[in-house]
Ligand binder design. Structure first.
Ligand code: AMP
Ligand code: MG
Length: 416
């Protein structure tokens, strides 16, 4: 990578914030909503666990067989190879069993309790049956194929800490200790509206100069995936009054307001003035591309995040800024997203702002992953996001050459 000459426009009057400082400042202002609700486990997917979950039981609750085969005591192994052992009982999963008579074996199945007096399960593949006896063809290791009581969980273990996002594995784990209902943070209510006189809803005819409202669907889906209840206020005309009215309505019924568009400082951008007249607002300029303008403020105690208008900017700024903020509000335990090293499969001259290019990865993690960029990287080109599987960061004032190592953030990082 080579550092390009500084852009003459970079010495702007208003300082540009770094992405990291923007996230840090947002998080300083994010106060978790401390209200919980009890939900059935089957309805808890996507919720955030309110308290540490402690197991009331051992899992498994009894020594059990890991395989289909024969349970015996290891001291009878030799006998089992010569004369064989009498099959004294049959133990399928889910049944009670009797103590094993010495010198005998029990037919046993995966998950079935290992009877008292047995310490080994020999897999059926190395056994043969001779009338009422089983004979093993080669010795098995003493203690093999038994899953001891508490192998997974011991009663009293904290199996999930407060703040955990409940997804498939966590729900399965909670079920495995017998939890039927679970206390979670209540879902956040988030008001969303788009601004712009040019916006038309899909399904309606377009007049010249109009565009379809894509941000509405983009944001609704992003918020839904984070477990939020969306209060969808549609699109709002570019007027101070309409913007004020929408903001007041939103503030009265939600935990957070997110808007798209209207946060630049043009004559048709009314979000700033509307918010300032109702509460307080800071307009930030972030040293990034796509993105840059970002608004943050409050109406009474309800926070407000104003994302830019261009759909690619909405997507990227939502994921970088709105998402961690929301997760803090939700009381979610946060782990910073994990970047991977990838090789650039392209040439790219960076700018005086950090860029987030939409890329697709190919190759093999051991021999090297290669990022290809979507050919058109404009902040209006939503096809780039739909095509890509992640973003690469292009540091400021860098010329990227093919083969250079870049930081790649897969979109899948945002669903963990
Ligand atoms: P603004 O920040 O309002 O000046 O908008 C910047 C650009 O994003 C303009 O080209 C808008 O037409 C476009 N835009 C704003 N809102 C939306 C939306 N909801 N859906 C699609 N494009 C939008
Ligand atoms: Mg606009």
């Amino acid at each position: 990578m080579s550092r390009a000459a500084d852009d003459p426009c970079s010495g702007l009057q208003q300082p540009l914030l770094s992405v990291e400082d923007t996230v840090a400042t947002l998080l300083e202002h994010a106060h978790p909503i401390e209200e919980n609700e009890r939900v059935l486990l089957g309805e808890a997917s996507g919720c955030i666990l309110a308290h540490d979950l402690v197991s009331p039981v051992d899992v498994p609750g009894f020594d059990n067989s890991a395989m289909d085969g024969y349970a015996l005591h290891s001291r009878d192994m030799e006998l089992a190879q010569t004369r064989g052992l009498l099959i004294s009982q049959r133990i399928p999963a889910g049944v009670q069993c009797r103590p094993l008579q010495p010198g005998s074996a029990a037919r046993i199945f995966t998950g079935a309790p290992v009877p008292e007096g047995a310490d080994t399960v020999v897999i059926q593949e190395i056994c043969r049956i001779e009338s009422d006896r089983m004979v093993i063809e080669r010795p098995a290791k003493a203690g093999a194929n038994i899953r001891p009581r508490g192998n997974d969980i011991t009663a009293g273990d904290t199996i999930l800490p407060a703040g955990t996002l409940l997804q498939a594995a966590q729900l399965g784990l909670a079920a495995s200790v017998g939890i039927a209902e679970i206390e979670v943070r209540r879902r956040l209510r988030v008001a969303v509206f788009s601004t712009g006189d040019e916006l038309v809803e899909p399904g309606q005819p377009l007049a010249f100069g109009q565009i379809y409202n894509s941000n509405r669907y983009l944001l609704n889906a992003l918020l839904g995936a984070l477990g939020c209840k969306v209060v969808d206020l549609g699109s709002i005309a570019d007027s101070l009054e309409a913007t004020r009215a929408a903001l007041s309505t939103a503030a009265a019924m939600t935990d957070l307001i997110i808007t798209s568009g209207g946060v630049s400082v043009g004559e048709e951008d009314h979000v700033k003035a509307a918010l300032q007249s109702l509460g307080e607002l800071t307009l930030w300029r972030v040293r990034m591309k796509p993105g840059k303008p970002l608004a943050f403020g409050h109406i009474d105690a309800v926070p407000f995040i104003g994302l830019p208008g261009n759909p690619v900017s909405v997507f990227v700024t939502f994921l970088l800024f709105a998402r961690p903020y929301l997760q803090r509000l939700q009381g979610r335990m946060q782990t910073p997203p994990l970047y991977w090293p990838v090789s650039a499969g392209f040439d790219h001259r960076g700018s005086n702002r950090r860029e987030y290019l939409r890329v697709r990865i190919s190759g093999d993690p051991l021999s090297g992953l290669i990022a290809e960029k979507f050919p058109r990287q404009g902040s209006d080109v939503l096809s780039s996001v739909a095509w890509a599987d992640g973003l690469v960061e292009i540091p400021e004032n860098i010329h990227v050459h093919p083969g250079d190592t870049l930081r790649y953030l897969p979109f899948s990082e945002w669903t963990r």
